[in-house]
Design a protein around this ligand. Structure first.
Ligand SMILES: [Zn+2]
Length: 619
């Protein structure tokens, strides 16, 4: 048997740390007051392959004569009701001497414990079989744990400090995450919020650590089942990105930050936390440069969240209400602008060249202009709707809403350019974040829409309320191309068929139906398109085009493009089990493809503005 170097490192339980990294700060012992308030959790991993985690919650000094305990309905950062209580089983409560206490279930996620003022223990178990960045999984190779789905909280008393202890862990496993560990397997959190804001990876991951201006940075790479990634390369590429952020933001506001990267069956994005992130990537995606690039984008995005969304948090989400939807009107800011800064910091770090940055921006703009729902409702409303739309997609959303990530990112780019143009290069989007950190984040104050507008106006040197009124509270088309021209960037607009070297390929790209296919069905239909005029609907299963059988959406799209604009074609489809026939007339493709390139002959002042925007300063 041969083991890859990675597997070998995993088999040896190998954790390697570079010598320069500062050691993890040792936590001070609990004060007497904290000890009295302590909520203790013990998680038994005696039979990890069973997927059940046995949890014991101990409260030695409860308040009053009875306490309500509950499991969150959602996890901060992911705006969807997940009802974690669905995985909880068999809650039993005793006093500290083991005598049973009465428990009443109040609703789907809350229990009332009658303890008469005495200390109590609640025992329950949790089914953990959902790998992901918002959920928990345990098996015999590792455990990825998210506290929101595991730990009951004392309703109204989430400020109490918490201590967490693992028992029955396989001997070669270690525990990784942002929580300090006074001894292996015992972790401390200053509050319930901190406890559930600190995902943990248990197992035998590879660890790379380094120092960034006095902050210990860790990359914890966990690949149960192996991966084609080189974690050392990931750490090497991440270093200048972390440095670029630190430089741009004036230092890191934490002594330790942990990138937890889980590589397994599929990519699942990342979730932000104050001092860490949990990312999930496909174990096989590192076969080419694109895989490393995706991982770097993901890490860059999550890292900026340590400021935006964590230390700069919508005042409406302070404190979090775990029991139900907690509404924010600022998700375009928390998520969209994070994407803007994520991309920019990769340029700063030298990971993205200026040409590539402009090309990626052009691709994003091209795709965005093809979204019929982009200006249907304002971003502030899209943000509130996240709970029922962003995470609960329906075909009807195609023309009625837009992703606050996608549009928020482009609004972030437009705001950045607006600030640079107005202030003649003195202000920027990152400057807005620095201002908000000084006025709010560093003081633990939540931010409001008005605070963002005020910080942006200060950065611009003039009132930018109108920008927010038009593009965030309103639905005006974004001014990106005009702004780019003023920034010394050439904007080229072409037909989708232009640039095709083969005449046949160019001819086939001239037609348009307005159908977006999934594997074998119509996913969406562009309003006013030939498909809509022909009466096609999302969900239709296209089975033949021009009397010839098609087996996949891709094949149907190819057969439709056999026909030139103006030609009619018969489409056979199943809808709700009924066979239907529709006639579709191919139209000329109205879509535009954008190309952004740095102008060769800008005015010197414009060149200076542009170069400052696209400058890199790698370490
Ligand atoms: Zn995010």
């Amino acid at each position: 048997m041969r083991l890859s170097p990675l597997l070998l490192a995993l088999a040896l339980g190998g954790a390697c740390a570079t010598a320069v990294a500062a050691p993890a700060p040792a936590p001070a012992d609990w004060s007497t007051r904290e000890r009295k308030q302590l909520v203790q959790y013990e998680v038994a991993l005696a039979a990890p392959e069973s997927r059940w985690l046995e949890v014991v919650m101990t409260v030695e000094r409860p308040r009053g004569r009875r306490s309500d305990v509950a499991l969150p309905a959602w996890i901060p950062g992911s705006y969807l009701v997940r009802d974690f209580a669905r995985n909880l089983d068999g809650i039993e409560v005793t006093d500290l001497a083991g005598v049973s206490l009465p428990v009443e279930r109040l609703d789907k996620q809350t229990w009332r414990i009658g303890h008469g003022g005495k200390g109590f223990r609640a025992r329950y178990r949790v089914w953990a079989d959902e790998p992901g960045v918002r959920t928990s999984v345990v098996d015999d190779s590792h455990a990825t744990l998210n506290g929101a789905g595991l730990f009951l909280y004392l309703v109204g008393e989430t400020a109490r400090p918490a201590e967490l202890r693992f028992t029955g862990m396989p001997a070669n496993w270690t525990v990784h995450g942002a929580l300090p560990q006074p001894s292996p397997g015992t972790l401390r959190a200053s509050s319930y919020d901190v406890l559930v804001d600190s995902p943990l990876e248990l197992g035998t991951p590879v660890v790379h650590a380094w120092d960034e201006g006095g902050t210990r940075i860790e990359l914890v790479f966990s690949a149960p089942g192996g991966s084609n990634a080189d974690p050392e390369r990931l750490a090497r590429e991440l270093r200048p990105v972390v440095h670029a952020f630190a430089e741009a933001m004036g230092g890191l506001p934490t002594k330790r930050y942990v990138f937890l990267m889980l590589a397994d069956e599929k990519s699942d994005g990342g979730l932000e936390h104050a001092d860490s992130t949990l990312m999930r990537v496909s174990r096989d995606m590192f076969q080419d440069e694109a895989g490393y690039r995706r991982a770097l984008h993901l890490a860059s995005h999550e890292f900026f969240h340590l400021w935006n969304a964590k230390r700069l948090r919508d005042a409406a989400l302070v404190p979090y209400d775990y029991s139900r939807e907690d509404y924010s009107r600022l998700l375009w800011f928390h998520e969209g602008f994070t994407e803007t800064v994520e991309n920019q910091m990769l340029v700063r770090a030298g990971a993205t060249g200026p040409e590539q940055f402009l090309q990626e921006l052009a691709t994003a703009w091209t795709a965005y202009l093809q979204k019929p729902g982009r200006n249907h409702v304002p971003l502030t409303q899209v943000s509130v709707e996240a709970w029922v739309k962003q995470y609960k997609p329906s075909p009807g959303h195609f023309s009625t809403t837009v992703s606050y990530y996608e549009k928020g990112h482009l609004v972030g780019v437009c705001l950045d350019l607006e600030l640079r143009l107005r202030s003649r290069g003195k202000g920027s989007l990152v400057g807005v974040f620095r201002r908000l950190m000084a006025s709010h984040g560093a003081r633990g104050k939540g931010i409001t829409f008005g605070d963002i507008v005020a910080a942006a106006s200060a950065e611009a040197g003039s009132d930018v309320r109108d920008f927010f009124r038009r593009y965030v509270e309103g639905t005006d088309e974004l001014p990106l191309p005009a702004q780019l021209t003023r920034m010394g960037v050439d904007v080229e607009i072409r037909a989708p068929s232009a640039g095709e070297s083969s005449p046949l390929a160019a001819r086939r790209k001239q037609g348009w139906t307005g159908i977006v296919f999934t594997d074998n069905a119509v996913r969406s239909v562009v309003p006013g398109s030939p498909a809509e005029l022909a009466g096609l609907l999302p969900g239709d299963e296209v089975i033949a085009v021009a009397a010839r059988r098609t087996r996949t959406g891709e094949e149907a799209a190819e057969r439709l493009m056999d026909h030139a604009p103006g030609q009619s074609v018969e489409v056979a489809l199943f809808r709700g089990g009924r066979l239907l026939q529709r006639t579709l007339t191919i139209a000329a493709d109205p879509r535009k493809v954008f190309r952004f390139t740095a102008s060769r002959t800008p005015e010197p002042a414009v060149r200076e503005l542009r170069d400052a925007w696209l400058a890199s300063s790698p370490r």
